[in-house]
Design a binder for this molecule. Sequence first.
Ligand code: DX5
Ligand code: ZN
Length: 225
Amino acid sequence: MDNLIKSADKKILIAPSILSADFSALGAAAVKMERAGADLLHCDVMDGVFVPNITFGPKTVADLKKATRLPLDVHLMIVEPQKYVDAFIDAGADFLTIHYEAAGKQLIPTLQKIRARGVKSGAVISPDTPVAVLKDCLAYCDLALLMSVYPGFGGQKFIGGSLKRLTELTELGKAANPGILIEIDGGVTLDNAKSIAAAGADILVAGNTVFSHPNPAAAVLALRG
Ligand code: DX5
Ligand code: ZN
């Protein structure tokens, strides 16, 4: 019962992904999301190696930091993330999330390094990676992120099996680390947000759903449920 009350009262955090913005006006897009009532600004960093797309680096994150008061939720889709965490922390990342598939043996040391610098640490897995691989690192994570699309592009369709994986990650995550936040990224819509929240997500990333909506504030509100 206690759990039911808690889950019903839980505030779902919404993190619009700047990937869906007009890149010639990122600052204005960040301000727009702040005014729309977003909780975090999700920043997708892609290197053209780990994923088949290229976005931006620390300079853009630093400029976004000046443009908005929203906490920056930086999702690194890059190889050897351990080489760049300092640069993104210096740029103002509030949450910094690295891929299990990219970090390999450097995963836990890098999560520790992120935390030691006073930033929230996150680990993320792509759709083909079993959830259980994260078990050992969850104690070092403030955030665990599940990709519900193949990383690289916005506007893709939510992969159906992700809900089951989300439940699994929520159970594993909260058992290892009760304070952990569970985040989902990719294909979140006004139609599936409710079932995603029910499966345990604390943070919903949404690119296309918020940015393509004529009224982003209404989209944020509807996503929060
Ligand atoms: C994909 C990115 C996502 C993406 C989500 O690689 O990590 O953050 O922007 O966009 P939507 O919500 O449009 O699927
Ligand atoms: Zn992302």
